[in-house]
Design a protein around this ligand. Structure first.
Ligand code: NAD
Ligand code: UDP
Length: 320
């Protein structure tokens, strides 16, 4: 089994590469390190079945290096390359639009040329600020086309349309997964997402920056569960779209309080301004994944949070 993981040096991608390698696959990771890092793959250095190519997937993938890396065929393309945190995609709006559009097109072409299965890492942001709760795959969403988050949301929506169109036009074996908020080791401490931000602040004894009154909700999935779901989806041949996430829904205020408990921090909470268009609710209906893949998350929030805190503590220790 030979897999290409675009965005493989990122938070989810690096764990995906590791699990693929553990399962005996050869992995080619294509990443331009815009928001990822080689540090995320450092523990896999020395595994000969992993090949890293510094490569921007929005550019031609026919170049010599990539072509050489893919000689010998490809069975699976997992397309994760895209900034994912609001702070990152607001800093890189045009790169984000390109990753979802041109990047997805190039990754689709690559899969098609090799007769490989293609999996698009789409997102719950497809649903925008949802008027249906929890969100099922049949809901079409409530997304602004011009608000600050639109560079990510609409790029992913276009990526879904492109993937579906490619399947119709070329018969490519494509699948779309809609990933809900995922957390765990290898997130960047400063990527701005809620879990790494709160953990970093709690460990540093700083106030935890709760946006608005903190009553908005998110449903947080531990990265190992997500990766297991992604690979089950890849094997299934299902076209999607399919939600993957943990339906355990928490308010942001609760997340902050749980982080304080898990870190035994004496930090307090401080209210900061709510970002524009910040969705009020987020919770996946995962009936489809349960029925089609027999998949559901297994790692409880308390367990996943404890592992994440331990990882960030270790990072602080090795930096000291
Ligand atoms: P991340 O930022 O850690 O990883 C993204 C990776 O893509 C990085 O390594 C980055 O360098 C790379 N990349 C970006 N643009 C690229 C380009 N043009 N060419 C090559 N590489 C490029 O983010 P993540 O949380 O690991 O997210 C991975 C994927 O999963 C993304 O597509 C994201 O939209 C999707 N997703 C993640 C979540 C989540 O909660 N983590 C939720 C929904 C969807
Ligand atoms: N959030 C917060 N404080 C922070 C970072 C995030 O209260 O320091 C909130 C954010 O406003 C949102 C939720 O946490 O309501 C999840 O934000 P994140 O950026 O992790 O992901 P999103 O689901 O918005 O893409």
């Amino acid at each position: 089994m030979r897999a290409v993981v675009t965005g493989g040096a990122g938070f989810v991608g690096s764990r995906l590469c590791e699990v693929l390698l553990d399962g005996g696959a050869e992995v080619v990771c294509l990443d331009n390190l815009l928001t990822g890092s080689l540090g995320n793959l450092a523990h896999l250095r020395g595994r000969p079945e992993l090949r890293f190519e510094l490569c921007d997937v929005t550019e031609d993938l026919d170049g010599g290096q990539v072509r050489a890396a893919l000689r010998g065929g490809v069975d699976l393309v997992l397309h994760l390359a895209s900034p994912a945190s609001p702070v990152d995609y607001l800093e890189h709006p045009l790169e984000t639009l390109d990753a979802g559009s041109r990047g997805t097109r190039n990754a689709l072409r690559l899969a098609d040329e090799h007769g490989a299965r293609f999996v698009l890492a789409s997102t719950s942001e497809i649903y925008g600020d949802p008027q249906v709760h929890p969100q099922r795959e049949s809901y079409w969403g409530n997304v602004s086309t011009v608000g600050p988050r639109s560079v990510y949301d609409e790029a992913k929506r276009f990526g879904e349309a492109l993937t579906a169109g490619y399947r119709r036009a070329h018969g490519t074996d494509t699948g779309i997964v809609r990933i809900f908020n995922t957390y765990g080791p290898h997130m960047r401490a400063h990527d701005g997402r809620v879990v790494p931000t709160f953990v970093r602040q709690a460990l540093a004894g700083e106030q935890l920056t709760v946006a608005g009154d903190g009553s908005q909700t998110r449903s947080l999935c531990y990265v190992d569960d997500l990766v297991e779901g992604l690979l089950a989806f890849a094997r299934s041949g299902h076209p999607g779209p399919m939600n993957l996430g943990n339906p355990h829904e928490l308010t942001v205020r609760q997340i902050a309080e749980d982080v304080i408990t898990a870190t035994r921090s004496s930090s307090s909470l401080v209210q900061v301004e709510r970002p524009e268009d910040d969705p009020c609710l987020r919770c996946p209906d995962i009936s489809l994944a349960r029925a089609e893949l027999g998949w559901e998350p297994r790692v409880a929030w308390e367990t996943g949070l404890a592992r994440t805190v331990a990882w960030f503590r270790e990072l602080d220790r090795s930096a000291a």
